[in-house]
Design a protein around this ligand. Structure first.
Ligand code: EPU
Length: 424
């Protein structure tokens, strides 16, 4: 029998949620920023780093490589002066997909890296061929040694790289390596996610010459020596999107969300308004969200930024179970991102899967059940489902949620949610 985790969330659903909630710094911006600290030895001060499991795991890898780190009152201090290894151990690398970012960072910093080949994961196969092709073009030799990827280059040389697909971490890996390569690198069909733009900003504050971030083509003029920098992590758009959906989930919900950058969320916010959720900007970094009227069905199609984010797909599907009519949710990025649908159906949802499309028929009242998180975003979606379900929902495997949501339970409790952590 499959094992479930020791910790679980017990949720009593149906209580209206009201109040103010503050979004943390983005996990997926913090992870590449942490890897980038390898590119110039010295002390870095990073603000608004979320204390989530993936970040702590990334820091453990950095420590293994020879760095020191500590959380001070308002910042994470990293010192990379003592880096003396270029090989990431299997035990740590396999805990976190983002360990692949050490390939580009170590290649740039030390001319070599050895990182265990990341396997598939719960949401899909997730190959890294585009990362490797790009590094090869920059002059790296790539080999597989006892399950570890080895990349090595005596001299990284600028070149033109055309990505077959605008992969987020491939673009980030190539940006890091190209920043210290000789000459100019042009990355075409680059990812445009805010986290990629943020990494470019970080590298620029370290002295790199980068232009075009946020557009299809990024130009990087390599610089031999970079310098440490002070970094402030951008707000987490996926966590913000999660609270935006929560605001519209129950009729009496009304949330004020702080540290949100709505310009990162144009497509999801326009979908929310179309569904019937009221979202209004109340300040530079804050907004109000509540249910405006009865919710109505829509079609959602995931796509690279600025398209609808795959990470919000499971969370919106929960909202669509409460919307009148038939909604279509098409997942174009990860082939396995619908596992949570079986759990939602056990709670009373009416969702059919046809290849890469979920057909959601609403409105279906949800009722409390034991359910299991299958990945980080699916786990958050199940918590939201529990918050609008009758009676008690128990969510298992919550460690997956804690990989990416900082103080999720405490933030929900602050809004009046009846959610408790239990240990088996
Ligand atoms: N792909 C390839 N070859 C590659 C790289 C990617 O075929 O070499 C394909 C993937 O299989 C997938 C698509 O390209 O079908 C997009 O993947 P991408 O590489 O952009 O995703 P990622 O960089 O592995 C990041 C986030 C994910 C997020 C995706 C998409 C980080 C650390 N991870 O992953 O975040 O879902 O972009 O936006 O930034 C999460 O936070 O829960 C999460 C999974």
């Amino acid at each position: 029998m499959e094992r479930v985790s020791e910790r679980r969330y017990v949720i009593k659903g149906g209580y209206p949620l009201k109040g103010v909630v503050e979004v943390s710094g983005a996990k997926n911006a913090a992870l590449p920023a942490i890897a980038a600290t390898l590119l110039a030895p010295g002390e870095y001060r990073l603000k608004r780093v979320p204390k989530v499991k993936d970040v702590l795991c990334m820091l453990k890898i950095l420590e293994f490589l020879g760095a020191t780190w500590s959380f001070e009152k308002d910042a994470l201090i990293i010192n990379t002066s003592g880096i003396n290894k270029t090989s990431v151990p299997y035990e740590l690398a396999t805990q976190i997909r983002a360990s692949v970012l050490f390939l580009g960072a170590l290649l740039g910093a030390k001319g070599e890296a050895e990182v265990p080949l990341p396997g598939g994961c719960a949401i899909g196969k997730r190959p890294i061929d585009l990362h490797l092709k790009g590094m090869e073009k920059l002059g790296a030799e790539i080999s597989l040694y006892h399950g570890n990827l080895r990349v090595k280059a005596l001299n990284l040389k600028g070149c033109e790289i055309v990505l077959d697909f605008p992969s987020v971490t491939a673009t980030e890996n190539l940006l890091m390596a190209a920043s210290v390569a000789e000459g100019e690198t042009v990355i075409k069909n680059a990812a445009k996610e805010p986290e990629v733009v943020f990494l470019a900003e970080v590298l620029k504050s370290m002295g790199a010459h980068i232009k075009g971030e946020g557009e299809d083509t990024i130009y990087v003029k390599g610089k031999k020596k970079l310098k440490p920098a002070h970094i402030e992590i951008i707000p987490d758009r996926i966590e913000a999107g999660t609270f935006l959906v929560l605001g519209g989930l129950l009729e009496e919900n009304e949330l004020e969300i702080k540290n949100v950058n709505l310009s990162y969320l144009e497509v999801p916010v326009s979908k929310l308004r179309e569904i019937g959720v009221y979202v209004e900007k109340t300040g530079k970094r804050s907004c109000l969200v509540k249910r405006e009227k009865s919710l109505k069905a829509t079609k959602i199609v995931t796509a690279p930024y600025p398209g609808f984010p795959t990470d919000l797909q499971p969370i919106f599907t929960v909202l669509l179970t409460q919307a009148q009519g038939m909604s279509l949710v098409v997942e174009n990025l990860f082939e396995n991102r619908f596992l949570y649908v079986f759990e939602l159906n056990r709670m009373g949802a009416n969702i059919k899967l046809e290849d890469r499309t979920a057909i959601v028929n609403g409105v279906t009242p949800l009722f409390g059940s034991p359910v299991k998180a299958t990945d980080l975003r699916a786990g958050a979606a199940l918590v939201l489902a529990g918050l609008c379900a009758e009676n008690t929902t128990t969510v298992y495997n919550v460690e997956l949620i804690e990989r990416g949501y900082e103080n999720f339970v405490e933030k929900l409790q602050g809004l009046g949610a009846k959610i408790e952590v239990e240990t088996l």
